[in-house]
Design a protein around this ligand. Sequence first.
Ligand SMILES: [Zn+2]
Length: 75
Amino acid sequence: MKQPIVTAESSRGEPIMIECAKRDDISPMCPHCSSQLRTVWFQQLAGVMGKRFVYFCGTCRKVLGISHRKGFWMG
Ligand SMILES: [Zn+2]
């Protein structure tokens, strides 16, 4: 199943096309403990400007990423 194509740049600054492909047959892998991420845990961060969430590995609990949504009006 093919998804819309996103644009990126190569190391020489030339635009290249990266195809985005949906894969449900494999699991993402944690970069810290190399276990398969079947469940990503998250916690909500307290803040004045909208909701933020921190996502972390369910096996080693290291942080995978933080959502940068600043508010409903900024998407
Ligand atoms: Zn991990």
